[in-house]
Write a protein that binds this ligand. Structure first.
Ligand SMILES: Cc1cc2nc3c(=O)[nH]c(=O)nc-3n(C[C@H](O)[C@H](O)[C@H](O)COP(=O)(O)OP(=O)(O)OC[C@H]3O[C@@H](n4cnc5c(N)ncnc54)[C@H](O)[C@@H]3O)c2cc1C
Length: 588
């Protein structure tokens, strides 16, 4: 984050709904939340990604012989398969006939600065535990270490590299401002000492930021032309963009008796990080809804590609619990095959639910696209609006798009609206309304079902996210950043680029946003995405017995009788007020 101009006010600690057992750790650390317009403009003028790319070009070319190669696995990188940095690190280690060491740094201050949810940290640890044992089978140690303060991480890493006599470090890039600046700092230290070559690779997106640009080299800010160029870029070298990176090769088992490296095998992955402890019941529920590990991620994907959707799986379920029904013709009948028509329905598992795995890098976006195309017998990337696979790949392209925005316009990760003119909208500061929204007690059933789905599962359907976000920002006129932060605190798939993109779209402050005057009517949305009310009944038990259209908008007398809250605001009035507020920026 950049220097703070002001911080956001909201409830001082995590809402209990997210399962964190206590207030975030008592550390003397208060990250800056909102940069000034000047700092944001400065970052946009010289995006740190391009400084890092430049630093990589000025890397130490021929480092002195070392005794190991290090791969630094980040929290969005939690896999061994199809991972470019570990593949290159392994190739370098083989070339130099030295062992490969894998490093993971837990950084609690970064978790606080980025509003990481305790659920996400738990998911990271669960995945690391599996990775550790997989790597151990290859005689590769995974060394997990916690470090504070976060500003000292570059020097700390460099110290470790020296201690281990490493010649090379490889890592996949993270596109958030703080992380880019951290890597630039490490590159600088390494160059100054001249002993270690640090290589940062593009791996998160299908097409790296910087490769899909307008004719004059700028980042696209509208999705449709981005998508067309994205596809034509991939078509020029499909296997380069979606081909699989090789697996790492096993170390010589002699590494287990090395005086220094042998000890690294003994270091276990912790079961929790202080301040991010989950209530045991929530932990169990998260582990059941989101089983960790690459095998689980691949199986979740396989089922999406080959099996039919289930109404029994609209909510809290183990995605691998019962055998899903195989589609006779997967390319038209599977969840992928029907994605084009069914993706907006919230009353079954119509979408892939891959987001926690993609956000933590438990599976690569390349693998998802490759396997989706293979399942339909396609060789070229399909982005057609008329096929399930085409529509689904368009969603993966949205993920790329928002990452490109993050890289080209760092302001969005500095708490600033993409459209600076909206910085001065006068938001309401109604704590009771904000809390009701968080708790799923707004009195609008579809909004409440969506929020309770997030609170219970750590995940929400895309339509639910759009409706809940639009409701907070337009009906309640509450600052989108408070919603953005709450989603990060409660979701297991919290991802800065997609979350910020989604919030700024809903608040009409972002790239290619919903125009401010086109405000969702949550009641008509509800009828479209949950026509029979199954989704609402699953998450809002007060309404479990309501049948017919009243489920979408219970009359006040019925709501009172059932102990369900009355609507906080009247939608038509709220809509008019929001349009006025957006038209007259700065005025209440
Ligand atoms: C307000 C708001 C907040 C959001 N916050 C997040 C977030 O923190 N993390 C996150 O991963 N996604 C976020 N999204 C995007 C989207 O809602 C989720 O990616 C999607 O619901 C995940 O479900 P799925 O895996 O079944 O998606 P599918 O429909 O199966 O799509 C496949 C994948 O494509 C990507 N994708 C799909 N839709 C989008 C989108 N609109 N923008 C970017 N990528 C997309 C995701 O990686 C997803 O897993 C947000 C959207 C909104 C409107």
């Amino acid at each position: 984050m950049g220097k703070r101009a002001r911080s956001l006010s909201s409830s001082p600690h995590l809402a209990p709904a997210n399962g964190a057992t206590k207030k975030k750790r008592e550390v003397n650390f208060s990250p800056n939340r909102i940069a000034t317009a000047e700092h944001a403009a400065k970052a946009d003028a010289s995006p740190p990604l391009f400084q890092l790319v430049d630093a990589v070009h000025r890397n130490v070319d021929n480092p002195p012989n070392g005794e190991c190669v290090v791969y630094w696995m980040r929290m969005e990188d939690l896999r061994i398969r199809d991972n470019r940095a570990i593949a290159q690190a392994s190739a370098q280690a083989r070339k130099d006939s030295v062992p490969l060491i894998v490093l993971h740094v837990l950084s609690p201050q970064d978790y606080i600065a980025h509003d990481r949810s305790a659920r996400k940290i738990d998911f990271v640890l669960r995945n690391l535990q599996i990775i550790r044992s997989r790597l151990s089978e290859l005689d590769i140690p995974l060394y997990t270490v916690s470090h504070e303060p976060r500003t000292k991480i570059p020097a700390f890493i460099h110290g470790l590299l020296q201690q281990w006599k490493a010649s090379h470090l490889f890592a996949n890039m993270e596109y958030e401002v703080d992380e880019l600046r951290r890597d630039i700092a490490l590159s600088g230290i390494a160059r100054k000492h001249g002993k270690v070559s640090c290589t940062f690779l593009h791996d998160r997106c299908i097409v790296p930021p910087g490769e899909v640009t307008t004719k004059d080299g700028r980042g696209y800010t509208v999705y449709s032309p981005f998508l067309r160029t994205w596809k034509s870029t991939i078509d020029q070298a499909t296997s380069d963009y979606i081909g699989e990176a090789p697996l790492p090769v096993a170390n010589d088992p002699a590494v287990r008796s090395h005086p220094v490296y042998s000890n690294l095998f003994d270091v276990e992955v912790p079961h929790e990080v202080e301040g991010f402890t989950l209530d045991p019941k929530v932990r169990e529920r998260m582990a059941s809804c989101w089983p960790a590990g690459e095998d689980a991620a691949h199986e979740v994907l396989r089922r999406f590609l080959e099996t039919m959707s289930r109404t029994s799986h609209l909510g809290v379920t183990d995605p691998l619990s019962e055998s899903a029904k195989m589609a006779k013709n997967p390319s038209t009948q599977s969840r992928l095959g029907k994605y084009n028509d069914q993706r907006d329905r919230v009353d079954a598992d119509t979408t892939s639910r891959m987001s926690p795995y993609l956000a933590a890098g438990v599976i690569s976006a390349r693998t998802c696209v490759r396997e989706a195309l293979e399942s339909c017998g396609k060789k070229k990337v399909d982005i057609s609006r008329d096929t399930g696979v085409g529509r689904w790949i368009q969603e993966i392209a949205w993920r790329d798009f928002y990452n490109h925005i993050l890289a080209f316009f760092p302001r969005v990760s500095m708490g600033r609206p993409f459209l600076e003119k909206y910085a001065h909208i006068q938001w309401e500061t109604n704590e009771a309304h904000l809390q009701a929204w968080k708790d799923g007690r707004t009195g609008v059933p579809v909004v409440d079902a969506a929020m309770r789905q997030a609170n219970t599962m750590g995940w929400m359907h895309n339509r639910g996210r759009m409706i809940a976000a639009m409701y907070l920002t337009k009906d309640l006129l509450i600052d989108w950043r408070l919603g953005e932060r709450y989603f990060m605190e409660v979701l297991i798939d919290g991802d800065l680029a997609s979350n910020n993109g989604g919030w700024q779209w809903s608040a009409s402050t972002g790239v290619d946003p919903a125009p401010y005057f086109r405000i969702f009517n949550p009641y008509t949305q509800s009828q479209k995405i949950d026509p029979g009310g199954e989704y609402i009944r699953a998450f809002v038990p007060e309404l479990a017995k309501v049948r017919g259209p009243e489920i979408h908008k219970p009359p006040p007398a019925l709501a009172d009788k059932l102990g369900y809250p009355r609507a906080l605001v009247e939608h038509d009035m709220a809509r008019k007020q929001a349009i006025e507020r957006y038209k007259n920026i700065g005025k209440k």
